[in-house]
Design a protein around this ligand. Structure first.
Ligand SMILES: NC(=O)c1ccc[n+]([C@@H]2O[C@H](COP(=O)([O-])OP(=O)(O)OC[C@H]3O[C@@H](n4cnc5c(N)ncnc54)[C@H](OP(=O)(O)O)[C@@H]3O)[C@@H](O)[C@H]2O)c1
Length: 257
């Protein structure tokens, strides 16, 4: 029996990933800020799948909270076999108009928390010569994203960190997967104030579809896992078209009219 630690498990892709691991008989450590949502999910999973579920109510903006996650698993003597850095959010708007606190928080959650948790747990995995890490990036990772500039840049960081880690760790029995979903049905669009952009005004996959795909990719040890054929093609566009042209297309996709 293995244990999966999943951040951002209170909704969307993280919640569905928790169900996916539970379906496969894995114990869970679920991390997010929303205590009531985590409790509700933990109760439902325990009743249906008979696995152990720990909930940690933590704000990943806070360095102390990040370290408390690691301390908890050490104190409880829990071996984290699968680390899923899923927590993250975006923010729609022109860079010049963005609120600094939102930018700072996006960098803290999307980049710093993911990096620190990876660093803390990978060292244990290296000692055991076994483990899997999934970092939830995005198709946003592949090109500049005018009107969601910081978000796209944070996801580029996640993709490049994951690819480099995967290379360094390939001979240590550890896999690192960057899951790259395109627009997906979850709370993401509302949190980012992007629900009425062209990006979300079309039929998009559910979080459950993306989680099922991500789980399989992680278990296969795939390094870069782009969900969906269209998303795959779009992610490649930066290789074939001038970068300025790709940026202009993304700016259009982010428009609200
Ligand atoms: N949906 C999309 O279109 C899409 C596309 C590509 C990539 N992604 C990525 O997929 C991941 C999951 O997003 P989602 O679509 O499932 O969105 P979501 O439904 O909004 O879920 C985001 C999760 O992150 C958690 N979170 C946010 N800030 C946090 C903080 N400070 N501390 C702890 N947890 C925090 C939230 O929990 P609490 O609010 O309870 O803390 C929630 O569980 C993100 O990394 C996102 O960038 C999403």
């Amino acid at each position: 029996m293995a244990t999966a630690l999943i951040t951002g498990a209170s909704s969307g892709i993280g919640l569905e990933l928790a169900i996916e691991f539970a379906k496969h008989g894995d114990d869970l450590i679920l991390v997010a800020r929303s205590e009531a949502k985590l409790k509700e999910l933990a109760d439902a999973i325990k009743a249906k799948y008979k696995v152990a579920v720990h909930i940690l109510v933590k704000d990943l903006n806070d360095d102390k909270h990040i370290d408390e996650v690691h301390t908890y698993t050490l104190m409880q003597n829990i071996q984290v076999d699968y680390l899923v850095n899923n927590a993250g959010f975006g923010d729609f708007g022109a860079f010049a108009d963005e609120d600094w606190n939102r930018i700072n928080s996006m960098i803290d959650v999307n980049i710093k928390a993911l990096t620190r948790l990876s660093w803390l747990y990978v060292r244990e995995m290296v000692q055991r010569k076994k483990g899997r890490i999934m970092n939830v990036a995005s198709t946003a990772a592949f090109q500049p994203g005018p009107y969601m500039a910081v978000y796209y840049a944070t996801k580029s960081y996640v993709l490049l960190l994951s690819e480099a880690m995967a290379n360094e760790l390939k001979d240590h029995g550890i896999t690192v997967t960057a899951l790259c979903p395109g627009a997906t049905e979850s709370s993401f669009a509302d949190t980012a104030n992007a629900r009425d952009t062209k990006l979300f005004q079309r039929k998009i996959p559910s979080s459950a579809e993306v989680a099922a795909y991500g789980y399989k990719a992680m278990m296969k040890g795939k390094t870069v896992a782009i969900h969906g054929a269209t998303n795959y093609m779009l992610a490649q566009s930066i290789r074939f078209f001038p970068r300025k042209m790709v940026a202009a297309v993304i700016a259009k996709i982010h428009s609200k009219d």
